[in-house]
Design a protein around this ligand. Structure first.
Ligand code: HMG
Ligand code: MG
Length: 312
């Protein structure tokens, strides 16, 4: 089992993209700054996509412009095409994330393009990123199941991962868009993808729709995976996969890691404070169980001592 993992915090992007109400740009900036101060090594700040389809991400350039950067933190952005890549580099993104789908129907629904068309759209993204010396991560959505097509063959996930690595992706973020995976699925998909690409390039992105995300992460950690995405408070969902709930909560991941002796560099208490603040802006409590426990005070003694051990 690895003694540390690296967390990509996707709350400001995957979390907020699904929010219907207005979230002021200052609140988004404050969230990014608080998450960086909490010790998270990478934050997906926003998305450079069609603002008519995802209005909540329309101010991403403004968030990049206003936020104070912390040294050593990677601030990344989601981009679908050349236009997005140019805007993200201009805004100062350190890393670009493209997103493809292992299922044709979700590819169409999410990006109005077939899988092949989206790969063609990524070509200029890889070129622009290389010209600016920025790495590109590639998400593979619906890697464990599709809202339209149901089961997705892991060999399709693996061959798409191979194509994306060949095109220039430094990391493949294997994504459970609708939160259907259980640990046995994680084994099957890791077997297939690990046979096609270097396993050290694999990251995992779980939505916690059915409460299985943390079990999936622990299965993957046992197999040596060290990169995971999570979202503060469990914010999130995809506007193009209605009903799919938020990502694995960062607090839940931090809690399990801290008590398992796995270093993350981040503070549970500080992430919980950031989540509570954005929860107030949104007018509701966020779903993370570990966040609720911090707020209620139950077992806080353990949380505090473990939190200290997990700090950078
Ligand atoms: P399209 O309609 O095929 O492309 O959209 P288009 O080139 O014909 O452009 C249509 C309109 O979008 C035009 O504007 C363009 O200017 C504009 P109009 O003339 O109608 O005013 N446009 C853009 N605007 C800003 N930035 C851009 C950009 N590109 C075009 N980069 C496109 C294709 C992909 C752009 C569109 O379908 C889109 O933006 N979709 C949104 C996809 C999205 O954000 N999904 C959610 C994030 S992915 C996710 O959540 C999954 C993930 O978390 C992993 C997982 O859980 O599975 C990553
Ligand atoms: Mg997602």
């Amino acid at each position: 089992m690895p003694n540390s993992i690296r967390i990509l915090e996707v709350g400001p992007r995957d979390g907020l993209q699904n929010e219907a109400g207005e979230v002021p740009v200052e609140a988004k900036v404050a969230l990014v700054e608080a998450l960086a101060a909490a010790g998270l090594p990478e934050i997906e700040v926003g998305a450079f996509v069609n603002p008519k389809l995802v209005p909540q991400m329309a101010e991403s350039a403004e968030v990049f412009r206003r936020m104070r950067r912390r040294e050593g933190v990677v601030y990344s952005a989601l981009v679908p095409n050349r236009r997005g890549a140019e805007a993200a580099i201009e805004a100062g993104a350190d890393l670009l994330s493209v997103f493809a789908s292992a299922s044709e129907s979700f590819s169409r629904r999410n990006t109005n393009a077939s899988i092949a068309e989206s790969l063609a759209r990524f070509e200029p993204v890889f070129e622009i990123a290389a010209g600016a010396s920025r790495p590109v991560r590639a998400y593979v959505s619906c890697a464990f199941g599709c809202p339209d097509e149901g089961e997705v063959d892991p060999t399709r996930v693996a061959s798409l991962a191979r194509e994306l690595v060949d095109a220039g992706a430094s990391e493949i973020d294997v994504s459970d868009t609708i939160g259907v995976a259980v640990p046995r699925d994680v084994d099957r998909v890791l077997d297939a993808v690990g046979a096609e690409i270097d396993p050290s390039r694999i990251a995992l992105h779980f939505h916690d729709t059915r409460g299985t995300a943390i079990a999936n992460v622990m299965t993957a950690i046992d197999r040596g995976v060290t990169r995971f995405d999570s979202s503060c408070g469990g914010l999130g969902g995809c506007p193009f996969a209605p009903g799919a709930s938020g990502n694995l909560a960062t607090e839940d991941l931090l809690y399990v890691c801290a008590r398992s002796g796995i270093e993350t560099g981040a503070s549970l208490a500080d992430v919980a404070a950031a989540s509570s603040a954005i929860g107030e802006v949104l007018g509701r409590r966020l779903p993370s169980k570990a966040l609720a426990a911090v707020r209620s005070g139950v077992g806080n003694d353990q949380c505090r001592s473990e939190d200290g051990a997990a700090r950078r």
